[in-house]
Write a protein that binds this ligand. Structure first.
Ligand SMILES: Cc1cc2nc3c(=O)[nH]c(=O)nc-3n(C[C@H](O)[C@H](O)[C@H](O)COP(=O)(O)O)c2cc1C
Length: 428
């Protein structure tokens, strides 16, 4: 395939690659015309095979070992984030083009693989080349797969057009071309998975070949904070788990604000807005809240006749909030509740508002989870509303509805028990 100034050449004739193979030697032998300024595109499958990243056994277990986070799940398909920050189906674990009963993992460090390959080619031929290690990925919103750069060396992976004028003189604001991915995809047109051509050369883009290893394909991984699609839509609700142990990392105030904005979209009776949140940031407010709640709880337990030792053991359970870097106290402001002359309807009206704050808190917790923040909604203030309101100096009419500890989870959650909707539903 050729276009103006650009040629993409398949490199046939490579043998089946085994662990320990001298990939640079084999490629140089198969591509004797390799030239200074060329870009060598190598399928990760053969890099993995040369690096001994072939394992026998269960594919699902191999995926577990490679994944650091499940992004989306649909039936047996898992889109996961790998240690490298790549997001792809099955962590790139592949059972094609490998012996039955074995699977091929992605290279341990694809940028490192690209750097080693580049160095070996330079040593062998004395010419400078760029190297891209590729894998095949699906894309959200688009049918079909394309090849992508998962490792790179000696090539600028991105071409930043921001600040340049377009043909009409407008300044380009956002265009950063992922040239390493574009080259990987172009090379796939001549490589192909069934054609036994795992390597290609792109000639005519010498201006992208840098003469140093450069930032590698790691530069193509979008930072988490800029990722608008951290989770599949169907996976968002499952992401929230009660977290009882947190790291010391402070909680980002902007993430909390975004999560509270999500809480404010909850349904509520009479078009009312009964949700309030006390964000307990200061050490003074936090200590006052925790100490006054502890005193109220201790007084309750003494009233129940517990011994001091029993009391000490029980109140230890309340320490989850002390371990949380941030506490948010969700409150109910039920002034919009309608008055009724009878107890039945008054109680129903009250219940409506209580369930409405529950909906808002769940929204808050889910939104925090989407921000990567763990949470624990504990009853606490509900059992000593006056003491909690007093400790925090809450405005009149704010009724504390428990407390939410927020922070980064110190450990992954234990799996949820399987729940069959059939056990919870009657269909009439
Ligand atoms: C209103 C309410 C009060 C809760 N109070 C406590 C509590 O006092 N202490 C605690 O450890 N967990 C508390 N939880 C959290 C539950 O124990 C937790 O939701 C449950 O174990 C299920 O785990 P999951 O949230 O990870 O699905 C409370 C949850 C709710 C909704």
């Amino acid at each position: 395939m050729s276009g103006p100034g650009l040629t993409v050449i398949g490199v046939p004739g490579l043998p089946e690659i085994g662990a320990g193979a001298d990939l640079a030697g084999l490629i140089c032998a198969a591509a004797p015309d390799l030239r200074h300024g060329d870009i060598l595109i190598v399928t990760s499958k053969i890099v993995s095979k040369a690096e001994g990243r072939v394992v026998s056994g269960d594919r699902e277990r191999a995926i577990d070992g490679e994944a650091v986070r499940v992004v989306a799940r649909r039936g047996p398909t898992r889109i996961v984030e790998t240690r490298h920050g790549l997001v792809l189906a099955a962590a790139g674990v592949d059972s094609s083009n490998t012996a039955p009963g074995t699977v091929v993992l992605l290279p341990e460090d694809p940028d490192g693989s690209a750097r080693r390959l580049r160095k070996a080619v330079i040593e062998r031929l004395g010419i400078d080349v760029g190297v891209i290690v590729t894998d095949t990925m699906g894309r959200p919103w688009r049918v079909g797969q394309t090849d992508t750069a998962i490792g790179a060396a000696g090539i600028a992976p991105l071409r930043d057009h921001r600040g340049q004028p377009d043909t009409f003189g407008n300044t380009l604001e956002v265009t950063v071309a992922a040239v390493a991915d574009e080259i990987a995809a172009a090379a796939d047109l001549v490589k192909g998975k069934t054609m036994q051509v795992p390597v290609a050369i792109v000639r005519g883009l010498a201006e992208l070949v840098t003469g140093t290893d450069g930032p590698g394909a790691a530069a193509l991984v979008r930072p988490a904070a800029e990722d608008m699609f951290r989770l599949g839509a169907a996976d968002v609700l499952y992401e929230r788990r009660t977290v009882r142990d947190f790291t010391a990392e402070p909680v980002d105030a902007a993430a909390v604000r975004r999560s509270i904005a999500a809480a404010l979209t909850a349904p509520a009776p009479h078009h009312s807005e009964p949700w309030r949140f006390a964000v307990v940031e200061s050490e003074r407010a936090r200590t006052a809240l925790l100490d006054d709640m502890l005193a109220a709880w201790t007084a309750d337990l003494r009233g129940d006749g517990f011994t001091e030792e029993q009391i000490a053991r029980r109140v230890r359970r309340g320490e989850v909030l002390r371990r949380a870097p941030l506490i948010i106290v969700p409150c109910l402001a039920a002034e919009a509740a309608h008055p009724y002359p009878d107890q039945r309807r008054s109680a129903a009206e009250r219940t409506m508002f209580v369930v409405a704050i529950g909906a808002a808190v769940e929204n808050l917790l889910v939104a925090l989870a989407v921000e990567g923040l763990g949470s624990c909604w504990v009853s606490s203030t509900l059992f000593c509303q006056q003491a909690a309101a007093g400790a925090l100096g809450l405005p009149p009419g704010w009724e504390p509805m428990g407390a939410v500890g927020v922070g980064r989870a110190a450990a992954p959650p234990r799996p949820r028990p399987e729940r069959d909707p059939g056990d919870f539903v009657i269909t009439l």
